[in-house]
Design a protein around this ligand. Structure first.
Ligand SMILES: [Zn+2]
Ligand SMILES: [Zn+2]
Length: 393
């Protein structure tokens, strides 16, 4: 049995019975089931009780309990109504059919909303909800309140991956609002997925507008030979001097793509010649037509990462560049991994075929991962001087 410390014991007694109800100074704590001496501060009665019984609501001073029962039994109707009002406040119950003889009896009470139900009157006075429909409402209200709190709390996170690591995630999951929160928050944060808009303004009224996640790096990269970069090509061709302008702060990639078009339009309306090959909206050249929706469609069509990478490279890179990693969570790393085929393996040195790595390992005394490694790399196993390969069927 788990040991109880003096502190937790005293705390539990206080939680169950309230402060200053029992004097525990004579209590020798030996275990949860070993009785100790307790003095009731209310009536002065001294009795023996185990910590388990005392911290359980049913255990306590018997004298006080009997006295309370006596009082309860002789509780007048007027007193009953007064206590009901005290407990329930504005919530009104209909007692027109309640036959009052004792508080300890189960009687009929009418819920003004849902009709009659039966409940022990003392439980009723303690605030226990007897009407089943009201109880449902009560829990639903509580549930909705927590759900709202979760949604409210989720706004404090910068992004979904941050939220995912938090303790609220599990609760949110239980309340089924993870998907809503996912829509609310950007998927991941960090400068990696934030972009700023910049412009190369050439002296002859030509301009190039672009996006970058790192202004400094962008500045340096511009001087590397990059034949696909129209600003660089223009510079190489004309030699016109230019200045680089950072047009925005680092904003989310999605925002940046939309803003880029606005900047291009604004330059165009001021009479600049636009050097951008496309009219903007590319995340550094990518993701033009690959909206979040289209990417999701592409993901839905495949099962593994590999398939997505091979069959739809642009969708894949858009997902990575925009930080829509949540889409990839439905994919598995590799098809071989899901199907987990048992493959035959041959020891080249002895020319013996084994039906599985496990069998080969048992027969040769080499660890299965080691054999696998040798077979993949074509390497020799040093300790046994053997070569291995997988047998294709
Ligand atoms: Zn007492
Ligand atoms: Zn009700």
């Amino acid at each position: 049995m788990k040991a109880v410390t003096r502190e937790t014991f005293e705390n539990r007694v206080e939680i169950t019975h309230g402060k200053d109800k029992f004097d525990l100074s004579e209590f020798v704590l030996k275990g949860v089931d070993t009785k100790g001496q307790v003095k009731c501060k209310v009536c002065g009665f001294v009795f023996m009780i185990s910590p388990y019984q005392l911290t359980n609501r049913r255990g306590g001073c018997k004298k006080c309990w009997h006295r309370d029962m006596q009082v309860n039994r002789s509780l007048s109707w007027g007193e009953f109504l007064r206590r009901s009002k005290e407990t329930w406040g504005d919530k009104i119950w209909d007692y027109s059919e309640t036959e009052y003889t004792s508080i300890l009896r189960v009687e009929r009470i009418i819920c003004p909303k849902h009709g009659p139900f039966n409940q022990c009157l003392s439980s009723h006075l303690k605030g226990m909800i007897g009407c089943k429909e009201c109880l449902k409402d009560h829990f639903k209200e509580k549930w909705d309140k927590t759900t709202l709190q979760i949604l409210e709390k989720s706004k404090e996170f910068n992004n979904f991956s941050e939220f995912r690591k938090s303790s609220i995630y599990t609760i949110a999951h239980g309340h089924g609002v993870v998907k809503d929160i996912q829509k609310l928050l950007p998927s991941t944060g960090g400068d990696k997925y934030r972009r700023c808009i910049y412009a190369y303004e050439f002296e002859d009224n030509h301009v190039y507008v672009g996006l970058t996640y790192n202004m400094e790096e962008r500045r340096k990269a511009r001087f590397k030979t990059n034949s696909r970069d129209s600003a660089f090509l223009y510079l190489k061709e004309t030699g016109v001097s230019y200045q680089v302008k950072q047009l925005t702060e680092y904003i989310s990639a999605q925002e940046a793509r939309l803003e880029e078009n606005n900047f291009i339009e604004s330059y165009r309306s001021k009479g600049w010649v636009i050097l951008n090959k496309n009219s903007g909206g590319g995340l550094g050249g990518f993701g033009l037509q690959w909206t979040e929706e289209k990417c999701q469609e592409a993901v839905n069509k495949v099962k593994t990462f590999k398939e997505l990478r091979e069959q739809n490279k642009s969708a894949y890179s858009s997902i990575i560049r925009n930080g829509w990693h949540y889409m990839l969570s439905t994919l598995v790393r590799d098809r071989a991994w899901i199907e987990k085929k048992v493959r035959k393996v041959r020891c080249i040195t002895t020319n013996v075929v084994y039906s599985s790595l496990r069998e080969a390992s048992l027969a040769s005394g080499i660890l299965a991962p080691t054999i696998r490694n040798c077979a993949i790399k074509g390497a020799k196993n040093r300790s046994t001087q053997t070569y291995w390969e997988f047998v294709n069927e």
